[in-house]
Design a protein around this ligand. Sequence first.
Ligand code: PLP
Length: 377
Amino acid sequence: MHLMDTYRRLPVRFTKGEGVYLYDDKGKRYLDMVAGVAVNALGYGDPELTKALCEQAKNLIHISNLFENPWQEELARELVKNFWTSGRVFFCNSGTEANEGAIKLVRKYFHERGERRYRIITFYNSFHGRTFGSMSATAQEKIQKGFEPLLEGFDYVELNNFQSLLKAIKKDTGAIMLEVIQGEGGIREATEEFLHKVQELCQREGLLLVIDEVQTGIGRTGKFYAYEHYKIRPDIITLAKGLGGGFPIGALLAREEVAKAFNPGSHGSTFGGNPLACSSAMVVVKKVKGLLDHVERVGNYFKERLKALNIGEVRGRGLMLGLDIGRDCSQIVLKALERGLIINCTAQSVLRFVPPLIIEEKHVDEALEILKEILLD
Ligand SMILES: *Cc1c(COP(=O)(O)O)cnc(C)c1O
């Protein structure tokens, strides 16, 4: 009883992981369709990730950002190589920090141009994190309640409603920030048509487009970055969750001209991008690039099998899928756990599946057998 009561924890203690399975303290095996909430991209015990971590830990875990850091440079080069244009990266430790960085960069970018455009438009059911800037960007009452006053400068609109977006734009609006697939908000997808209009609007009005790829990025949806599905060109993207394959690391990537608004002293982090974090992420990034077709194929198979259950709307892309059963799903999570299947319930009624990217069709079949028993009985 020495922990703050911030989580509703499920009654299970995991002691070991292997591939796409976790084992509890009694030796019982569980198929993991949550992967630390879209974090353990390579599953458990990946030999290359483990090796990189151990070797780097022996040599050098941490150095300050007071010094040169070739691990960051190598990882940044890899992240930018997959971006639509040249850009620069800042490393931090989590998703919320990446978004804080993005919010600061938006303000600084306009400040450098002598414009007072600091407002950011975000969307209902979004999730950007728990620190003050990111929480203020998160247009969900349940996240913000009790913490007012929030950071000023956010305007909220409905996803996929372009007219209300237009109405929300003010003369001091600087950016639009969104998840192309809202994760915590219930696997809700922005439409391609909406995203194209947003892109046009940003170009016309000189607004920055910030895509929160903390959950969707690093191969989760079958593209390296999820925005690539829609052929949009974001000015800033944020990354975390899957990036370190379980080791904490976050990143902020901005196109060159925007990134230049940060100069020495603008922003910083003690731990951000330390050698151990970057070495882990480097393995993940390289391996994920070879997994994209696999993610798309297994994701499509998974999606079709969920649809065939015929019990609710199936949403999402790649290995970021949701099944909206239209009623509270927390009991289903418990029943699944009893039967050795780890799933998650988000936005009350949406079963969320964000497994390790290495799962195969046979694991999908195994999960579906258990789900069918529970959902159709
Ligand atoms: C999880 C998440 C965050 C917050 O990441 P933390 O590492 O928990 O701070 C931000 N944005 C999105 C889209 C997320 O899914």
